[in-house]
Design a protein around this ligand. Structure first.
Ligand code: ATR
Length: 290
């Protein structure tokens, strides 16, 4: 059998990270390219800390069209770019690179991926109270999304108050929304917590009984929960929230939509909503078969 989509004109894309062996992005991106008829090959590149700039310069010389950037390089890579999208600058992290004549431009599609989790379900953030669990790397895009989408209020809940305060300050600097910080014991005091985003590592992997929110009555007034974890497929927190009537979404949606948004940036195109959903279902089935 002949490979039909990789030929002399194929454009190359990739993911830079460490580790990258378990990344789902190569499957995700090569599937999207194949389904949409693009001649593109997407491969993993393990890059050591301190080597990101060298890798990006080499990639530019090779004409590699675009990259995703994952842990731990999303900040370090910012020094290797010719331009950075303003929202990515506010988030303080870049996960997508696009080759231009001047070098690579940087974007953050994590925030777009999260936004799509709400859009796909016709849920608007505007005017709502967004509660965010966690204040680490993954929390940044969720916090800035609340600002971008004009939430009425953002409440950051974190074990370490100083980290939550630092993130709150950054959001206040860029957006005129109300931002508060609290702890997990006081979570039930938050008024109208319609939207909840879980960005901590609690409940991930073998920690199937772990949850940062022990007071499950909190979920009584929550309409939608997005947990950025997708291993396990349904976290303890998602089960608790669903039992209290909330719609729950795991992190696979965000993973898919951030990848699709990167693809759209590289190929200068928009994928329509129905096609996107079909692609997501196909990839979900593939992922869940293991
Ligand atoms: P990531 O980049 O994936 O967000 P991170 O920057 O290490 O990872 O952040 C992990 C987040 O999970 C933090 O908000 C962390 O809380 P602290 O700021 O207090 O460290 C949170 N986290 C990790 N373990 C936790 C636990 N057992 N209980 C509550 N929060 C926890």
């Amino acid at each position: 059998m002949c490979v039909d989509l990789v030929n002399g004109k194929t454009n190359v894309y990739g993911i830079i990270g460490n580790p990258v062996e378990k990344s789902f992005s190569p499957v995700l991106q090569n599937t999207i390219a194949k389904e949409l008829g693009k001649s593109a090959a997407y491969v993993p590149f393990k890059v050591e800390r301190g080597q990101v700039k060298t890798a990006v310069e080499g990639a530019r010389a090779l004409g590699i069209k675009g990259f995703n950037v994952t842990v731990p390089h999303k900040i370090e890579v910012m020094d290797a770019l010719c331009a950075i999208d303003p929202v990515a600058k506010r988030i303080g992290a870049v996960n997508t690179l696009k080759l231009t004549e001047k070098g690579y431009e940087g974007y953050n599609t994590d925030i777009i991926g999260l936004k799509k989790c709400f859009e796909e379900r016709n849920i608007s953030i505007e005017g709502k109270t967004v509660v965010l669990a966690g204040a680490g790397g993954a929390a940044n895009s969720a916090a800035m999304l609340a600002g971008e989408e004009k939430a009425a209020k953002l409440v950051i809940v974190n074990r370490t108050a100083e980290k939550a305060e630092a993130l709150a300050e950054r959001v206040r600097k860029y957006y005129p929304i109300e931002v508060e910080v609290t702890d997990y014991d006081s979570i039930t005091d938050i008024a109208d917590p319609e939207i909840f985003v879980q960005t901590t590592s609690v409940g991930m992997g073998n920690d199937v009984d772990g949850t940062p929110v022990k007071k499950t009555e909190f979920f009584d007034n929550v309409k939608i929960v997005v947990d950025i974890i997708y291993t396990p497929w349904e976290t303890r927190l998602m089960k608790d929230a669903a039992a209290r009537g909330a719609v729950t979404v795991n992190g696979f949606d965000m993973l898919f939509y951030q990848g699709l948004a990167s693809f759209e940036i590289w190929h200068d195109m928009k994928v329509d909503r129905e096609t996107a959903k079909e692609l997501k279902e196909k990839l979900t089935a593939f992922y869940r078969r293991g």
